[in-house]
Design a protein around this ligand. Structure first.
Ligand SMILES: CC(C)(COP(=O)(O)OP(=O)(O)OC[C@H]1O[C@@H](n2cnc3c(N)ncnc32)[C@H](O)[C@@H]1OP(=O)(O)O)[C@@H](O)C(=O)NCCC(=O)NCCS
Length: 326
């Protein structure tokens, strides 16, 4: 069996653009603060009534089309999300149903902003093991549904969207080469979202929804994100016996432009080879890596044969990186 190789990609973004000025009209913040402290100018917010699976499905459909896969060709669907449509069935099940896939199994991965890297690794492993021929790996999140729009320290950071990759077994050694995944204890309280789970339930039948808004210790998360991404990048480069400069592009999770600048500094890596879309989409959580990768492929910045490094860090605290030959 071959390792997982990139066959196609797709994205789906809400129509509604929300500029920094929208927040200026509502809370004590400024376009200048948001741009200089985060790199974000605008983001997309889904409309009420739109579901995570709507975006996951649209991105997946595009990835299947570009890969030339039909509904009998996909063996696996894995969706990284922390805001599924409902507790269960999974978003993956809904995508499988809507696409009419005939031979697939699917499940969701809940690893917050690191979810896509974890999901990609799961799909690559199951392709290598022969459990699935081709897979759809999707990152889809609607974090606007978790934001307290009066909390200026979180509400300006996030946006909504989905990205998807179709991957299949490689015959020529391209595809996923090395992977590092890590979850470390001691940081449950620095970033998360209470509510919707069994902690805090108030009756036998109900789950607690009293506090379903994102909480975050921004500076602590900033430090962990830089440390986690740098550790993960170093680990996969060591596995491959490569130097940072050997990598054509780094496609990171999009949390803060200053985090990306620190990563570039740490490795003395040219920042223009780090893909960014924060300016226009904000932090789209599990969707940010596949959206950035898709846009780089579409624009021709990443071309077949390039060595690409996907890297992410997020609540848990989790981090991970994947070295991929496109
Ligand atoms: C959130 C983040 C942008 C804040 O930037 P920072 O430079 O660390 O700022 P601080 O949190 O230290 O706050 C500095 C000041 O700005 C203020 N501030 C916070 N948000 C603000 C906003 N939207 N507008 C204006 N001022 C704001 C704070 O209240 C604080 O004011 P004070 O000094 O009077 O108390 C930054 O910490 C960050 O990006 N952290 C990582 C977040 C992240 O990536 N989360 C997702 C991970 S997957």
């Amino acid at each position: 069996m071959g390792n997982g190789w990139l066959l196609g990609s797709g994205i789906a973004l809400p129509q509604r653009r929300v500029a920094n000025s929208w927040f200026e009209e509502r809370i004590d913040t400024s376009d200048e603060w948001i741009r200089t402290r985060t790199g974000i100018s605008e983001r997309r917010f889904a409309e009420i009534g739109e579901k995570t699976s709507d975006y996951a499905l649209a991105a997946a459909r595009q990835a299947m089309q570009t890969a030339g896969l039909g509904r009998d060709d996909v063996g696996m669907v894995v969706v990284a999300t922390s805001v599924p449509d409902m507790t269960f069935p999974s978003v993956a099940n809904q995508v499988i149903e809507s696409l009419g896939l005939t031979t697939a199994f699917g499940y969701d991965v809940g690893a917050a902003c690191c979810g896509f890297v974890f999901a990609m690794s799961a799909a690559d492993s199951q392709i290598r093991a022969g459990l699935a021929r081709n897979a759809l790996v999707i990152g889809a999140d609607i974090y606007s549904s978790l934001l307290d729009m009066n909390d200026r320290s979180t509400c300006v950071l996030f946006g909504d969207g989905a990205g998807a990759l179709a991957i299949g077994p490689s015959a020529d050694g391209r595809g996923v080469l090395h992977t590092c995944l890590r979850s470390v204890g001691g940081h449950i309280d620095v970033l998360g979202c209470r509510g919707g789970g069994t902690a805090g339930r108030t009756s036998m039948t109900a789950t607690g929804h009293e506090d379903g808004r994102i909480f975050m210790d921004g500076p602590a998360v900033f430090r962990l994100a830089v440390q986690g991404c740098c550790n993960a990048i170093s680990a996969v480069l060591d596995m491959a016996g490569l130097k940072p400069i050997d990598v054509a592009h780094i496609v990171p999770h999009q949390a803060n432009m200053r985090i990306l600048a620190k990563i570039a500094d740490h490795f003395d890596y040219p920042i223009e080879h780090i893909e960014t879309n924060l300016k226009v989409y904000g932090n789209t959580a599990a969707a940010s890596v596949p959206i950035a990768l898709h846009e780089a492929l579409k624009a021709g910045r990443i071309v077949p044969g390039d060595l690409v490094l996907l890297v992410a860090a997020g609540a848990g605290f989790n981090w991970g990186a994947i070295l991929l030959r496109v």
